[in-house]
Design a protein around this ligand. Structure first.
Ligand SMILES: Nc1ncnc2c1ncn2[C@@H]1O[C@H](COP(=O)(O)OP(=O)(O)OP(=O)(O)O)[C@@H](O)[C@H]1O
Ligand code: SF4
Ligand SMILES: [Mg+2]
Length: 338
């Protein structure tokens, strides 16, 4: 999968944690592979605890990887004891959900934006001041913001400041970990537009992490659906969201917020009623499909053997024993939405 066309390549990643010292490892990521092409957005979607941030942290070199490899541009993140952080920082930066916590409240915005440049050894004061000004304007803020403290800005503006700071070193890849999740809908739309404009202007790539399928649909060229650290489905976002190949992807689509509250209730009820209708009684989760206890389409084989990811056309791969049969048992998603 490694190629110069890809700014991030993750191959067969396994990252394990122990709940307590004597517990066996549990896999927060289990055989996860994905690649982010240059200038494109790859979405990582899944509910809380599915391993999204673990993948982001592993890519940033912040977590040891048990198996597999990650490469960012020409930097090997795994395999060495500590990846070359300065080289890594030139290729990749991150924006997180909590803009307030990400910015030092006692530093002016200008100082926060200057820090990544100073860390790279750029000390010419007027050059740094110019870069800060340009950085702020690039994200739609006035250059005068540089002299103010973070508390003088709204949540959306603070997230713009975080994006500006992340872009100061002109990385090729931005990891956005729930970067818009804390924002109101209208502000969220503005920040998503900003990210897309930045991509059009400078060919930036994104690893875009979200639990919201609506946001993923809007932003991402490709998407990987994670459940309990395993890839359930991956492929072009248009194909995955139009005709989901995995029951979990379908459940995420049904759970995505819709504007009409009546439709929202109907969709959630459908998701819940199907999720409780047909799950087999006994599941060996280590051996079987990780989604089997919740899957309305599960059969005996799902409880005993783990499905492997297999290509099913249109660039989509799915890990489900019962694809495509399960789809004949499910109401088409378009009908459910209307
Ligand atoms: N440092 C750690 N030590 C032990 N367990 C951890 C650690 N970091 C994450 N985990 C566990 O790994 C799993 C995946 O966590 P992760 O934070 O990657 O999920 P996530 O998909 O980002 O969830 P969320 O949407 O809530 O941010 C969870 O079960 C979590 O409790
Ligand atoms: S393998 Fe079985 S349990 Fe898993 S998603 Fe497919 S139908 Fe459901
Ligand atoms: Mg997370």
């Amino acid at each position: 999968m490694s190629s110069p066309q890809h700014v991030l390549t993750a191959e067969h990643l396994r990252v394990g944690f122990r709940r307590r010292r004597r517990d066996p490892l549990f896999w927060a990521l289990d055989d996860v592979s994905l690649a982010v092409p240059r200038g494109k957005t790859h979405g990582l979607v899944g509910e809380s605890g599915s391993g999204k941030s673990t993948l982001a942290k592993a890519a940033l070199g912040l977590l040891p990887v048990n198996e597999g490899r990650i490469r960012i541009a020409d930097v090997e993140v795994t395999g060495t004891r500590s990846p070359d952080r300065r080289r890594l920082a030139r290729h990749m930066q991150a924006v997180f959900q909590d803009a307030t916590g990400s910015l030092n409240p006692s530093h002016t915005v200008g100082r926060s934006l200057a820090e990544p440049l100073l860390a790279q050894g750029r000390h010419d004061r007027s050059e740094v001041a110019d870069a800060v000004r340009t950085g702020l304007e690039r994200v739609g803020l006035d250059a005068s913001a540089a002299s103010r403290l973070p508390r003088h800005f709204s949540g959306g503006q603070r997230q713009r400041i975080c994006i500006a700071r992340a872009l100061m070193t002109e990385p090729e890849l931005l990891v956005c970990d729930e970067a818009v999740s804390a924002l109101d809908l209208s502000v969220r739309a503005q920040v998503l537009n900003l990210l897309m404009d930045l991509q059009d202007e400078s060919g930036l790539s994104y690893l875009f992490i979200s639990h919201d399928m609506n946001v993923v649909e809007r932003m991402c060229h490709d998407v990987t659906v994670l459940y309990r650290g395993q890839v359930m489905e991956t492929g072009p976002t248009s194909a995955v969201t139009k005709t989901p190949a995995h029951p979990y992807t379908r459940a995420l689509l049904l759970a995505a917020p819709v504007a009409d509250p009546t439709r929202q209730v109907a969709r959630r009820q459908l998701a819940v009623s199907q999720a409780t209708s047909a799950a087999p009684a006994v599941i060996d989760q280590a051996a079987g499909c990780p989604y089997a206890v919740r899957c309305p389409f599960a059969r005996a084989e799902c409880a005993t053997s783990r499905p492997t990811l297999r290509p099913v056309g249109s660039g989509v791969s799915v890990a489900c024993h019962r694809y495509p049969e399960w789809r004949t048992e499910a109401a088409p998603i378009n009908k459910e939405q209307s």
